[in-house]
Design a protein around this ligand. Structure first.
Ligand code: ADP
Ligand code: MG
Length: 219
């Protein structure tokens, strides 16, 4: 396993977000305006245009709802949480979605460590990572979630069998709006990073030997 740490670049998140929002919302708006003008002029293939317009609106919707998540003052109830319980919740929540792509999400080992954290925030982190894992896997397979003690840290790993991450973009993960997906928002890992920072934790990414990648949460 070749470890490639994500450089934690100091960035002005608010500034990048503002620029990003303007850009990310203007593009679908420009396209919506263009299609409306075409429809106003009277064209054929209306169905196709409507379909694209709805997709553009959905893009704006998902960006705004993720932004709300970022801006909303998070409730922060720190309690002792057993990692295994949070993993089980996430597996229950996302297994139906995974199953549709022939993917199994499994917990490896007992994972009986406890961490002091906000349960719903850390679950959100795991959800973001498992969703990315599902989206990276097109031929079915397994996503493994496990935890281990390493010196004074607890490390929770999400291991997938997906397409992996080109080395050249590793340092961009967690930048606002960085996405390689047609319908991605590029906000999942930013939220992940912010939640982890609030817990004095961070994440490390590496590509697996054979295929896929591993996200390690270091508490
Ligand atoms: P989004 O999922 O909306 O694209 P994220 O912030 O969750 O935004 O992820 C940013 C990018 O990181 C993805 O577009 C993808 O290129 C890459 N990525 C994240 N997780 C994985 C993974 N498990 N396998 C491959 N690429 C990944
Ligand atoms: Mg994502």
């Amino acid at each position: 396993l070749e470890d490639m740490m994500v450089r934690s670049e100091k960035m002005n998140v608010a500034g990048q977000l503002a620029a990003g929002i303007a850009h990310e919302i203007r593009n679908p708006l420009t396209s919506l305006k263009g299609f409306l003008q075409l429809l106003q002029a009277g064209v054929n293939h209306k169905e196709e245009y409507f379909k694209i317009m709805i997709e553009e609106i959905e893009k704006i919707e998902s960006i705004t709802s993720e932004l709300l998540f970022i801006s909303k003052p998070l409730t922060d109830n720190r309690t002792d949480e057993i990692i295994s319980d949070m993993i089980n919740d996430v597996i229950m929540l996302l297994s139906p979605q995974a199953k549709q792509k022939n993917i199994r999400i499994v917990k490896l080992g007992v994972c009986n460590q406890t961490i002091v954290c906000d349960r719903s925030q850390i679950k959100q982190v795991l959800i973001n990572l498992v969703k990315n894992a599902i989206e990276a896997m097109d031929n079915g397979g397994e996503i493994i979630i496990t935890s281990e003690d390493v010196e004074d840290n607890v490390i929770v790993s999400v291991i997938d069998e997906g397409i992996g991450i080109p080395e050249g973009i590793l340092h961009k993960l967690g930048e606002p709006f960085f996405t390689t997906k047609q319908t991605g928002t590029g906000l999942g890992l930013l939220i992940t990073k912010q939640i982890l920072e609030a817990h004095n934790a961070n994440f490390e990414v590496s590509n697996n030997h054979d295929k896929g990648s591993t996200f390690k949460l270091v508490f």
